[in-house]
Each structure stands twice: as structure tokens, then as C-alpha cells.
Design a protein. Structure first.
Length: 232
């Protein structure tokens, strides 16, 4: 049976500070997913912030875990803001509507894409080593991040996993803007989101009581510590 639709926690709608940290958020997501037939699934976390969430989901469900490396293409003058994303297989998407409003030359865009592709390939090598990418065709895939604002990085992630053969793809995020949830629901079989919020202003961090930027070194430590979760 394929799980479909949008799954949410009505009691957490439009609230902030609902998760202690990413691990707590992942445990709640795991609880939401527990009733569904996901025995043969694999969980992917998007580094960096999606890794602690994804590991908690995988641990709660007793499923294998791996990473799906995707990174924002950031603005030269603001590395917190992105206008596109690059995935582990080279897939990249550009937010053309946003680019039309920005003072970016074609040369600058191409340079930013190249730099982001280099970053993604370096992270793939560091986080996954020489392991082949897991088989995803014919099994449910649970794709996890720590939240969705615009959802652009997630859209790129979904496309890359579809390219890898994923046919039954579930997106699981602790928090998201309601527009992003609706957009992603059009691309995935199902979306699980505990804390859906609406409004003109949205920050993923506001859903968490404790929030910080996860480093690559921390991701490596988490992957080592989570070695009891079978990685395939």
C-alpha cells in the first residue's frame, strides 16, 4: 500500500518553539510515520540539518539511513539566502522568478552553480565515501530535512531521487510553511509535517527551542554514532 496525502499535527499548527531540538523533532516525525506500512523503506537525510532529524526518524522506525546531499546555490552577498539548489547527481534547479529580481550576471550564476556543484561532490565523498548509492527503485523512500521555507532545496532533492529510481517517495519534515507543503505534496506521494505554519514571514528556526547550524564535522560524528542503524 502506498501512503498518500498530507499528514500533520493539528495541535501544533501555527505554533513556534514546539521542538526541543532536531532529535526531538525527528522522534515526533517517527511517531507520525509508525502506523504506516514502511517495513522495506530507507530514510535519507539532507545534510547538514536534516541528518540529526533523519537519524532520529530511522532509529524510531528501525530503518536503514543514508544521506542525500543537496545544497543551496547561495547569493554572493548573503550565504544564508539561496536562488537555486544542486543535488548529489548533478541535478540543479534555479529559481528563475527570484533571479529576475536580482542583480546577477550569467557569468556569476554559472560560477555559483559550479562552486555549489563542487561543494556537493566534496560532501558526497566525505559523507558517503566510496559506497554505491542505495537501491531505491521498488521501495518506499523517506526524505527528511529539518524544515521547509520555500521548499526549493527539497524540490531539487525529490527530482534527484526520482532520477535514481524512487517511485514511492515520502517527504518528512518537522516544520514547514503551508505553501511549501502544498508545493511538495504535488511532487511526492505523501508529506508528513508536524508543525505547519502560515503567514508572510517564516523561519524554520522558530519551530525549535534550541537551534544552531550543524557543521560537517558534526554530521560525520552523527553518522559514526548512528552506525547501529544499517546503512545500505
Amino acid at each position: 500500500m502506498v501512503v498518500t496525502g498530507i499528514h500533520k499535527r493539528a495541535d501544533l499548527r501555527n505554533k513556534v518553539g514546539v521542538f526541543k531540538d532536531r532529535e526531538h523533532a525527528g522522534s515526533l516525525l517517527g511517531d507520525m510515520l509508525t502506523p504506516y506500512p514502511l517495513k522495506n523503506s530507507i530514510v535519507f537525510g539532507i545534510p547538514a540539518g536534516g541528518v540529526p532529524v533523519g537519524l532520529a526518524v530511522a532509529d524510531r522506525l528501525g530503518l536503514p539511513f543514508d544521506v542525500a546531499v543537496v545544497s543551496k546555490i547561495t547569493l554572493p552577498w548573503n550565504t544564508e539566502a539561496g536562488y537555486g539548489a544542486v543535488a548529489f547527481d548533478g541535478t540543479f534547479k534555479l529559481n528563475k522568478a527570484l533571479i529576475a529580481q536580482l542583480p546577477l550576471s550569467e557569468d556569476q550564476i554559472q560560477e555559483d552553480i559550479w562552486n555549489t556543484q563542487s561543494k556537493v561532490m566534496r560532501r558526497v565523498k566525505r559523507f558517503r565515501g566510496n559506497r554505491p548509492f542505495p537501491r531505491v527503485k521498488g521501495r518506499p523512500v523517506i526524505l527528511v530535512d529539518d524544515g521547509l521555507a520555500s521548499g526549493f532545496t527539497m524540490r531539487t532533492s525529490v527530482e534527484a531521487l526520482r532520477n535514481a529510481g524512487a517511485e514511492n517517495l515520502i517527504v518528512a519534515v518537522p516544520t514547514a510553511h503551508d505553501r511549501a507543503v502544498a508545493d511538495i505534496a504535488d511532487l511526492a506521494e505523501a508529506v508528513f509535517c508536524a508543525n505547519i505554519r502560515k503567514g508572510g514571514r517564516f523561519a524554520v528556526a522558530e519551530a525549535y527551542q534550541y537551534w544552531y547550524d550543524v557543521s560537517e564535522d558534526e554530521v560525520m560524528n552523527m553518522l559514526r554514532q548512528g552506525c547501529h542503524i544499517k546503512k545500505i
